[in-house]
Ligand binder design. Structure first.
Ligand SMILES: *[C@@H]1O[C@H](CO)[C@@H](O)[C@H](O)[C@H]1NC(C)=O
Ligand SMILES: *[C@@H]1O[C@H](CO)[C@@H](O)[C@H](O)[C@H]1NC(C)=O
Ligand SMILES: *[C@@H]1O[C@H](CO)[C@@H](O)[C@H](O)[C@H]1NC(C)=O
Ligand SMILES: *[C@@H]1O[C@H](CO)[C@@H](O)[C@H](O)[C@H]1NC(C)=O
Ligand SMILES: *[C@@H]1O[C@H](CO)[C@@H](O)[C@H](O)[C@H]1NC(C)=O
Length: 471
């Protein structure tokens, strides 16, 4: 037997011996664990797990060997509680009136604590409190998740900022959690993900969040934050996801946002944001989702939107945008969704949009767009019901195409180039709602019904438009 194999075999044997010889739990830690269970769990059987819970852990309890300090021998490794997960089966469910488990923070090796769907007794609220800061500074907790607790009440405890080891902090979907975010949150320099969405938080977004330079995800959506977006958020160079939607934020989008060069997802919908989008949007090289609906922006759309090269979804509905749709949007080769409905956009639909091969959802309804729709049959077939151009009284398809395809609805028609008055009036007869207007020295007939028809019979309209292109 080669020497290397012998050494390996001996090593494996010693590891097996070490595993079986792992020391029982520390008695004090065991007692703390059982007290946490008593405070939270609805399970009455847990005391019967025997003398060593880590030896036969129940769902929701995870233990790992941690060598005693200063002793590299794995034989000296004790099993320690590293993860506790309460709330959703198969994890222990929480009893009515469960207290927020302060003692869990006294488990010296705990890395993850989950309280999900735990505090939900409608008759009694549980206060969200933490032990004193001094008890938290030696914590090794990396992940704290307090989610979906409808009866958990109070504010974000300021002691959170003492858990310096935190990498993932989720306090989300707790409708009774209110008040301001403590400025001390800026102390949590190891944070990678901060999710405070769907609570009832108020006040301004702390500028000190800009100090959390390791942040990859920041979600403050669905709260009642007010004031402006702090420019310091632009310092978060690692940030990939920023969601501030559905708050009460006002002012402009800060120019510093173009410093978020790792951003892939930006959502600012349902706020009171206004004014021009900052110059330099094209610096957001990785941005795939720009979702910013329902804000009183009231400005023209910047042509620079067409330079955000990776953009897949651009949703800017209900925001008072005026002027024309930038031609540059036709450069966004990855675009799948474009929502510009319910703005004040005027002019033609850029022909370039019809060349976007990935597009499958296009909503331009309720604007002041006009002219001939530039889409070909293949495009119309592909989008089908996901195309909505309704509510643009000046928009039309070529009238000859409609009449030749005999789909029963002509929408707009040139009255100048050899067309006779009879066919125009025929078209007018077919269209119950139609308006004649003059553009480019020609007479046009426009009606609001064609896009409705498009939603109902996309294939028929697609066919008719193919004819139109053949002519
Ligand atoms: C390390 O642990 C082993 C096994 O428990 C023990 O025999 C040894 O004395 C310990 N060494 C130190 C330096 O604590
Ligand atoms: C905080 O630490 C002190 C001193 O170690 C201890 O007596 C007390 O029980 C701890 N409190 C909590 C809530 O863990
Ligand atoms: C948003 O702000 C307005 C004006 O300050 C206020 O009337 C409204 O209640 C706020 N909405 C929320 C959800 O906080
Ligand atoms: C759209 O324009 C009209 C007329 O200029 C104006 O009255 C209206 O307030 C504008 N709507 C929005 C949402 O900006
Ligand atoms: C387009 O937006 C309007 C809201 O203005 C909505 O009612 C309609 O369902 C949307 N159409 C499509 C196809 O998404």
């Amino acid at each position: 037997m080669p020497v290397a194999s012998v050494v390996l075999l001996l090593h494996l044997l010693s590891m097996a011996a070490a595993a079986t010889a792992a020391l029982a739990m520390d008695p004090a830690e065991r007692e703390t664990l059982l007290l946490v269970m008593e405070a939270v769990s609805s399970d009455r059987e847990w005391r019967s797990v025997g003398p060593d819970p880590c030896g036969s852990p129940w769902p929701g309890l995870e233990c790992k060997p941690v060598p005693a300090a200063g002793n590299v021998s794995s034989a000296a490794a004790r099993l320690h509680v590293t993860r506790l997960d309460f709330g959703v089966a198969p994890n222990p469910t929480c009893k009515d009136g469960a207290a927020f488990p302060h003692l869990a923070f006294a488990l010296p090796h705990l890395q993850s604590l989950f309280l999900v769907d735990c505090f939900k007794n409608p008759a009694a609220t549980t206060a969200f409190t933490l032990p004193p800061s001094a008890n938290l500074t030696s914590s090794r907790l990396q992940q704290l998740s307090v989610r979906s607790n409808p009866s958990l009440s109070g504010t974000l405890p300021p002691q959170l900022s003492s858990i310096r080891s935190l990498q993932v902090l989720t306090v989300s979907q707790n409708a009774l959690i209110r008040g301001e975010v403590p400025q001390g949150i800026g102390e949590l320099k190891s944070l990678v993900h901060l999710d405070l969405s769907y609570n009832s938080l108020t006040g301004t977004i702390p500028s000190r969040i800009g100090e959390l330079r390791s942040l990859v995800g920041l979600d403050l959506s669905y709260n009642s934050f007010s004031g402006s977006i702090p420019g310091q958020l632009g310092d978060l160079a690692m940030l990939q996801k920023l969601d501030l939607s559905s708050n009460n934020l006002t002012g402009g989008v800060p120019a510093t946002i173009t410093g978020l060069t790792s951003l892939t997802f930006l959502a600012l919908s349902n706020n009171g944001l206004s004014g021009h989008l900052p110059a330099g949007l094209s610096d957001l090289l990785d941005l795939q989702y720009l979702i910013m609906e329902n804000n009183p922006m009231g400005v023209p759309l910047p042509s620079e939107l067409g330079d955000i090269a990776r953009l897949q979804e651009l949703r800017l509905a209900n925001s008072g945008y005026s002027g024309s749709i930038p031609e540059t949007l036709g450069r966004l080769a990855s675009l799948t969704t474009l929502s510009l409905e319910n703005n004040n956009l005027t002019g033609r639909i850029p022909a370039g949009l019809s060349r976007l091969k990935r597009m499958y959802h296009l909503n331009l309804s309720k604007n002041g767009l006009d002219g001939v729709v530039p889409f070909d049959g293949a495009f119309l077939r592909r989008l089908g019901r996901n195309l909505d151009l309704s509510g643009n009284p000046g928009l039309c398809v070529d009238g000859r195409a409609v009449l030749q395809a005999d789909v029963g609805v002509g929408v707009c028609r040139r009255a100048g180039d050899g067309g006779d008055i009879a066919s125009v009036s025929a078209a007018t007869d077919v269209l119950s709602v139609g308006t004649l207007f003059r553009r480019d020295g020609q007479l046009w007939l426009a009606g609001g019904r064609w896009s409705a028809l498009l939603l109902i019979r996309p294939v028929a309209v697609a066919l008719c438009c193919s004819c139109c292109l053949l002519l």
